[in-house]
Structures are given as structure tokens and as C-alpha cells.
Design a protein around this ligand. Structure first.
Ligand SMILES: O=C(O)[C@H]1O[C@H](OP(=O)(O)OP(=O)(O)OC[C@H]2O[C@@H](n3ccc(=O)[nH]c3=O)[C@H](O)[C@@H]2O)[C@H](O)[C@@H](O)[C@@H]1O
Length: 408
């Protein structure tokens, strides 16, 4: 027998209510699990809202109205510190930006930033991937130059945390170049590439004309990708871009993840250090380059950089695109590096000689610097022994005063 029609209707209604109820629950769950993302990172929104006029004034004051107004990314890093100080000392306006990430001891980065602060350089705490923050900085200051030194450094760490290299060295670089290409006027860009782009090349010294298509680490691959990205932004937007291939930079206020730094620490503690050797039993070698020489090369690149030709995202003509080796032209083996440290520290190292692990290292580096010499007037003057002495003196002072603030 057919059921009465009102029964059909009420069953239909209760099913509809049930469906509506579960749909609502489902939607609420979706909203809870995937909240709508803000137009730019929440951090940046907060930072810009909290910033206020005092923050803006500090930025304007730090840049001042000098002919050169330079934004230095990675200013609390090793090279960033020294370049920012040198620019400020000669009278340029400098604003720094750094995310103070914990790749190595953040207290060292904070000490560097404190030193910059005393020298009149304000370091904005922020990430280069934060596009809104970069736009804000360009609104506040018409930067003439960007010295882009922020990066995820280190060749061996790339196997442990590959995505950090993509995030900083590729996405971060694009974020910086995006801000530069949209700025009006566009700044000229000088940025840190790396000797590691020469990868497994065997012809020495390494020349800018050599192939760079066999990187040995993800770090090197991201720097090589950076050089190609630089070409694109130069080609499409008329940005003037100079890439600097640094060769194992060392010196006071250096990076604790680098061999000369942690060898010093470990020798002083009596800990064993691992000295890598090549398959042919020769010690690996590096074209160690002292920080003051690198700073001169960076300033030379900045001073010879031509203006970008575009404005507000539009190219108006061909712009300069350059790449230079900044090395020392005299490679030293790692065992000689350790000999030097033993002499300076007056202590014997406990060496464990091991075959070079296959984790991104290359057996040797050696720079041909004739192009930088010709175009930038670059001429390194510090040998490893002299530079290491400066480092060891700083190291002893810094770590014996680690709780106090010290000046360079
Ligand atoms: O020139 C560059 O572009 C690169 O220079 C350095 O990379 P690297 O030359 O490998 O510097 P270290 O990690 O300090 O190593 C120096 C030498 O010591 C050797 N080493 C390292 C660590 C160790 O425990 N034992 C050892 O013998 C390495 O094989 C290498 O030959 C920096 O760490 C990179 O960020 C930079 O980009």
C-alpha cells in the first residue's frame, strides 16, 4: 500500500535538515583546519602594524639622504656586518634586514647587529621572503642599491635541510628581485653567489668563462640557479645586477659553521678535528679569502654598478649584468690551515685524517681574479697567516667577553 504523501514530505524534510546539519559541520571543520590565509604573511602584517612612526623614522634615519642609500640583506651575517660597517664608515646610508635564523648561534648575530646599531645602522628584523615588508621598506626609502647577502650558507648542511636552501637562495632571491623590479626608481643589485658554482671543474684557476653546470651540492645548485634568475630579471625588467662568487671567506666575526672557526674552537678544547683528504691522498685545498679583501670587492662592485634602466616593473633599455670571482688566488691545503692555527693557538691539534665525504664538498678551489681586478680594481692583500691571526685574536676576545659587548 502507498504511504500517505505527508509522511513522504516529513521524511524528506528531516533528511534535508540532516544534510544541512552535516554540511554545516563539514564547512566549520574546513574553516577550522584551513583558515583563510591573509594576503601576506601574518608575521609581516603584525610587524607592519606594530611598526609605527618610530620604526619608520629609524629606517629613514639609518638610510639618511646620502647619495648612496643601500639596503643590505643578511646584515647580521658575517659578510653583511663588514660590508654594512664599511658603507656606513664612508658615509653611505645603510639599512639592514636579517631574520636572525638559528642556523648557527643567534647570540653572535645579535652581537653583530648591536655593533651595527652603535655604528648607526638599523637592522630590521624580518625575512626576505616577506614581500610586504620589502615593499614597505622601499616606500620608506628610495634605495639606490641593494646588497643582497642573505642566504642559507654552508655546503654540507644542504643534505640535512635541503628546503632551507630553496627557501632562502631561490625563493628569497626572487622575492628581493621582485621588490627591486617594482621599485621606482629601481636600485642596482649586487648579490652573493659562490665559488661552489664551479663544482667538479678540474681546470684551475676558475674563470668566469668556465662552465658552471656540474654543482656538487644543493647549495651550489641554488647559487647557480640564482645566477640564471639574475639573468631573467635583468633581461625582462632592466635591473642592473652584479653577482659576486665569494671564495671561502674568513675572518673576525666569521661563521661558526666554517672549518677554520670550529677547528679553532675544537683545538682549544682538545677535541679531535677531522681533516679531509682527496682520493689521491692529497689534502683538500681552498682559496681562503680574507673578509677585508671581500669587502673591498663588494664596494668596488657597488661603485661600478650602472643604474637599472627600468622603473615600476617596466624595462626601458638594456641593463648591466655582471659576475665576478672574489678570491685570493693562492689556495692553501686544509692541513696547512691547521698548521697555521696550531702556531697561532700554541696548541697541537688532534687530527683525524679522513677521506673527503661525498656530501657536497669539492676537492679544491682557486680563483682567477683578473676580471675583478680590471673592472673593480679588486686586489686582495691579506695572506692566510695574517688573516687567521686577526681571526684568532678576535675569537679569544669575543669568547672571553661573550657576556659583554665589545667593539671591533
Ligand atoms: O667558497 C664558497 O663559495 C663557500 O665557502 C665555504 O665553503 P667551504 O669552502 O666548503 O668552507 P668550509 O666548510 O669552511 O670548509 C673548508 C675546507 O675544510 C674542509 N673540511 C671541512 C670540515 C671538516 O670537518 N674537515 C675538513 O677538512 C673542507 O673539505 C674544505 O676543503 C662556505 O661555507 C660556503 O658557504 C661558501 O659559499
Amino acid at each position: 500500500m502507498d504511504k500517505p504523501s505527508y509522511l513522504h514530505r516529513s521524511r524528506f524534510l528531516s533528511r534535508t535538515k540532516l544534510l544541512a546539519f552535516w554540511t554545516l559541520i563539514f564547512l566549520a571543520l574546513l574553516l577550522f583546519l584551513f583558515p583563510k590565509s591573509p594576503p601576506f604573511p601574518a608575521d609581516s602584517t603584525r610587524r607592519i602594524l606594530q611598526a609605527g612612526p618610530l620604526w619608520e623614522n629609524r629606517i629613514r634615519h639609518s638610510a639618511n639622504s646620502h647619495p648612496h642609500r643601500v639596503l643590505v640583506t643578511g646584515a647580521a651575517g658575517f659578510v653583511g656586518l663588514h660590508v654594512s660597517l664599511a658603507l656606513k664608515r664612508r658615509g653611505d646610508g645603510v639599512v639592514g634586514i636579517d631574520n636572525f635564523n638559528p642556523y648557527y648561534e643567534t647570540s653572535l648575530k645579535r652581537s653583530r647587529a648591536a655593533l651595527l646599531d652603535r655604528a648607526g645602522v638599523f637592522v630590521v628584523e624580518g625575512d626576505i621572503n616577506d614581500g610586504a615588508l620589502l615593499i614597505k621598506l622601499f616606500e620608506l626609502v628610495k634605495f639606490t642599491h641593494v646588497m643582497h647577502l642573505a642566504a642559507q650558507a654552508g655546503v654540507r648542511y644542504a643534505m640535512r635541510n635541503p628546503s632551507s636552501y630553496v627557501q632562502s637562495n631561490i625563493a628569497g632571491l626572487v622575492s628581493v628581485l621582485e621588490a627591486c623590479k617594482s621599485a621606482n626608481p629601481q636600485p642596482a643589485v649586487v648579490w652573493a653567489s659562490s665559488s661552489s658554482v664551479y663544482g667538479l671543474n678540474s681546470r684551475v684557476p676558475f674563470s668566469e668563462k668556465d662552465r658552471t653546470d656540474q654543482p656538487a651540492s644543493l647549495y651550489a645548485a641554488t647559487k647557480k640557479a640564482g645566477e640564471e634568475i639574475a639573468h631573467t630579471y635583468n633581461h625582462i625588467y632592466g635591473l642592473s645586477i652584479t653577482g659576486l662568487r665569494f671564495f671561502t671567506v674568513y675572518g673576525p666575526w666569521g661563521r661558526p659553521d666554517m672549518a677554520y672557526f670550529f677547528f679553532t674552537k675544537d683545538i682549544l678544547k682538545g677535541k679531535t678535528i677531522r681533516v679531509f683528504e682527496r682520493a689521491d691522498q692529497k689534502s683538500v685545498a681552498r682559496d681562503f679569502t680574507y673578509i677585508d679583501d671581500i669587502v673591498k670587492g663588494c664596494l668596488g662592485a657597488l661603485d661600478t654598478a650602472e643604474k637599472s634602466t627600468g622603473s615600476g616593473g617596466r624595462k626601458k633599455g638594456k641593463a648591466q649584468l655582471r659576475v665576478f670571482n672574489l678570491g685570493n688566488t693562492s689556495p692553501v691545503t686544509v692541513s696547512e690551515l691547521v698548521d697555521n692555527l696550531e702556531n697561532l693557538l700554541n696548541m697541537k691539534a688532534n687530527r683525524m685524517v679522513l677521506p673527503m665525504p661525498r656530501n657536497g664538498d669539492v676537492p679544491f678551489t682557486h680563483a682567477n681574479i683578473s676580471l675583478a681586478q680590471k673592472e673593480l680594481g679588486y686586489k686582495p692583500t691579506t695572506d692566510l697567516k695574517t688573516g687567521l691571526k686577526e681571526f684568532v685574536d678576535w675569537y679569544r676576545l669575543y669568547y672571553s667577553n661573550s657576556r659583554k659587548k665589545i667593539v671591533l
